[in-house]
Write a protein that binds this ligand. Structure first.
Ligand code: ZN
Ligand code: ZN
Ligand code: FE
Length: 752
């Protein structure tokens, strides 16, 4: 028997082709009824029998457009309404037709890949796309999401494309970037000898150059990339030289899952992430060591799969299994998006610049994740994720969080949603700061946002703090490590008190010291600092993070006094005595040596003390090498001391020095050190739990980018009966700070 039903779909269902999708499903099931946009999602009314209804709802759940996110589907029987003659999309009176949701970019779908093999006007067309795939965020300049408001604007649709675009039963109905060989954007390749525009010629030429070890610049979705054969050490070294000896590990794009699995171990959770439409870079354990020019001597490799049609077409021509795809920037500047800048920068340095004539409206780096304890964690949240909001349990409307100084992202509050920007970078760099202010403007326009309250870091010298102050609006300052823990509470929608373990690089404390190893009793409204790492001098301030040997000297001096100068430590022998004496003088006189409780700097000290890394060639190189070195299944530890809220690692340093003097393998020292840190966290949490009665711990801060520390700290705390909150929607490093700032400012302002 037929009845009337109402189906309410809540979630991210606007701006992703959801209503046409519902329409097509309704036609498939021969349903009559309506679909309309509502403030809280999409409302569907149908007149049908129970069985057809079930099939229809199942299709909605299983075949929804990839970029949509369904939170709930509620079906209720309703009283009879006016009978329907067909199925239609109706305009809703209750909600403005102006869609304010913007989809992230979506990897090319399999249907489109079939089209470029068979559709006459799309044979080998490198910009093929449909409602289910293609560029989104990177091409949009304003809302509503219409072709005129994207960088597809200059391209006039041919008749064939127009037909698909306007036919609601077509997969390309209202696919704004729809295009084909006759009407859409085209690639060009410029090399010293020539300029090519035929896609077949470009692919053949590019493949030949890459195979012979040449370096190319290739325009991607969110910026230019520098590209070479990943297995060719000389080619990788050439890229390192181009990028001013940048030592960071390169990301690698593999032809397919099969080739990738030969290089790296892939779990089910990692495979799911790699093949998802978001196509991030995933850090994976490699099967055997690569050449150091590729991933800097680490045991992991940043892997991804093709996501643009062009990537697939290129691999079709290539004999190689893997290509380096590293961001096209020089030093710390943002990834290049401007075509003429790319040509003048990369032209003289590479064998060819591959470009296309559609502008990148929003710069966007690749996202980077890793999997620990079966959960995906962010290192960098950008392409494929931005600008999806993070759902909160508190109202954050009208708040702008300006974020940290390094790895900056900012966040805007819209209702109970936080919209985080893509990765911006290091704001001390002038070009990056420009990118920051432009992006705040772009986001404000896109999301119809006008700030009325600003949240910023406590540090007066951060560019993001100065920017906050320049807006002439009320500002709430949020302590850096409180913000880390708050980011974790906000994404978990947790509104109680927790024991917050904020283990990090650096952030300014409320006592003007440099914090980074903090145990906070806190909620979103405030914190009490219960315990922290014992202060040691931070010789040279910010310099110390780049030169781990400074922290080794500082820890040795704190543990042994200057008697350590008589120890026969291999790393000391390689240092210039004069430099060491000068540093010691600085420490005793307190010159540019603020006290620090940073856990990140303890990692630095250990990496220098063991001789693994004395000077960083990229951020956190020492700690990363140390982690890569850990001897598997070694359970041993060093002692630590916890008294009156001070966690001291002097007992550990004493034994570690002995280990180094007696030539204990670094693999064992690294394991013992990591185990000690994990033990000490659990130990201090137990102690705080005993006095506070709290059994929930939140772990956040840059140290939890360390997979070993995160895995075992989380496991051990759970074993001890704690509930453990960790970041899974934003990075635990400074890339997630803005979310914490936003949540704290919202909570404080509502208390007033
Ligand atoms: Zn598609
Ligand atoms: Zn066309
Ligand atoms: Fe931090």
């Amino acid at each position: 028997m037929k009845k009337y039903f109402q189906i309410k779909v809540a979630g991210l269902v606007q701006g992703v082709g959801f209503r046409p999708f519902v329409y097509r499903m309704a036609i498939k099931h021969k349903l009559s009824g309506t679909v309309e946009n509502r403030n809280d999602g999409v409302k569907i009314v149908v007149y049908t029998d129970e069985k057809t209804l079930q099939d229809f709802v199942q299709d909605i759940n299983t075949s929804a457009p990839p970029a949509s996110m369904i939170f709930s589907v509620d079906v209720t029987e309703i009283a009879a309404v006016n009978p329907f003659s067909d199925f239609s999309i109706v305009k809703s009176a209750s909600v403005s037709e102006e869609v304010t949701e913007v989809s992230p970019d979506i990897a090319v779908c399999s249907d489109c890949m079939e089209d470029i093999a068979s559709q006459p006007n799309r044979i080998k067309y490198p910009f093929v796309n449909c409602t289910n795939c293609g560029p989104r965020f990177t091409i949009i300049t304003d809302l509503p999401y219409d072709r005129e408001k994207t960088s597809m604007h200059p391209f006039v649709m041919c008749d064939q494309c127009k037909k698909e675009y306007t036919d609601i039963l077509d997969r390309r109905f209202h696919a704004q970037p729809v295009a084909c060989n006759d009407c859409g954007p085209q690639y060009t390749m410029k090399s010293t000898a020539q300029s090519e525009t035929n896609i077949e010629d470009i692919l053949t030429h590019a493949a030949r150059l890459l195979e012979q070890g040449d370096v190319l610049a290739i325009k991607g979705l969110g910026g230019y990339f520098i590209c070479c054969d990943a297995q060719n050490e000389q080619a990788c070294l050439r890229i390192r030289n181009m990028k001013n000896r940048d030592g960071k590990p390169f990301a690698v794009m593999f032809r397919d899952m099969e080739s990738l699995s030969k290089f790296a171990k892939v779990s089910d959770a990692e495979k799911e992430l790699l093949t998802s439409w978001r196509r991030p870079i995933v850090l994976l354990k490699q099967r055997e060591m690569s050449h150091p020019a590729l991933n800097s001597g680490l045991d992991r490799i940043g892997c991804m799969l093709p996501y643009m049609p062009f990537h697939y077409l290129l691999f079709d021509k290539l004999q190689l299994p893997a290509l380096v795809m590293t961001s096209g920037n020089i030093s710390e500047e943002p990834i290049i998006i401007d075509d003429s800048l790319a040509e003048s920068t990369f032209g003289p340095l590479t064998s060819g610049v591959l470009s296309y004539n559609r502008a990148i409206a929003n710069r966007c780096d690749d996202s980077v994740l890793f999997v620990v304890n079966e959960k995906a964690r962010f290192i960098r949240r950008s392409r494929g994720y931005v600008p999806n909001p993070v759902r909160l349990s508190i109202d954050v409307e009208g708040i702008l969080a300006t974020g940290p100084e390094l790895k900056n992202t900012f966040a805007l509050g819209k209702g109970q949603q936080a919209i985080l920007s893509q990765h911006i970078g290091d704001l001390k760099n002038l070009e990056t700061f420009e990118f920051y202010t432009e992006t705040i403007e772009r986001f404000s326009k896109l999301f119809r946002f006008k700030p009325k309250l600003i949240a910023s870091d406590l540090h007066p010298d951060y560019m993001s703090t100065a920017f906050a102050d320049g807006l002439n609006l009320p500002v709430i300052r949020v302590q850096h490590h409180h913000a880390h823990i708050a980011s974790c509470l906000a994404e978990a929608q947790y509104d109680g008190k927790v024991i917050g373990v904020s283990f990090d690089g650096t952030g300014l404390g409320d006592d003007q010291a440099i914090w980074g190893g903090e145990f906070l009793l806190c909620d979103l409204a405030g914190y009490e600092r219960i315990a922290h790492l014992e202060y040691v001098p931070l010789p040279g301030g910010d310099h110390a993070a780049k030169e781990p040997w400074r922290m080794a000297i500082s820890y040795l001096n704190a543990t042994f006094g200057d008697a350590f100068m008589g120890f026969d430590l291999p790393f000391l022998r390689t240092l210039d005595r004069k430099k060491v004496n000068l540093l010691l003088q600085g420490i005793t006189q307190g010159l540019n040596c603020p006290p620090t409780s940073s856990a990140g700097r303890l990692f630095d000290a250990v990496s220098a003390l063991t001789g693994i890394c004395l000077t960083h060639s990229f951020e956190a190189e020492g700690p990363m090498l140390l982690e890569a070195m850990i001897k598997k299944d070694c359970q041993e530890t060093y002692p630590h001391e916890y008294k009156n809220g001070i966690l001291s690692f002097s007992p550990m340093i004493m034994e570690m020095v002995n280990d180094v003097l007696f030539k204990t393998p670094s693999e064992i020292i690294a394991a013992r050190f990591h185990n000690t840190l994990i033990n000490s966290i659990v130990d201090v949490c137990e102690s705080i739990a005993a006095t506070s009665g709290l059994r929930t711990v939140a772990l956040s801060g840059g140290v939890f980018m360390n997979a070993y520390i995160l895995e075992h700290t989380e496991k051990q705390l759970i074993q001890q009966g704690f509930r453990v909150l960790t970041n899974t929607q934003v990075p635990a490093n400074d890339g997630g700070i803005a979310l914490g700032q936003l949540a704290v400012a919202a909570t404080i302002s509502q208390l007033k």
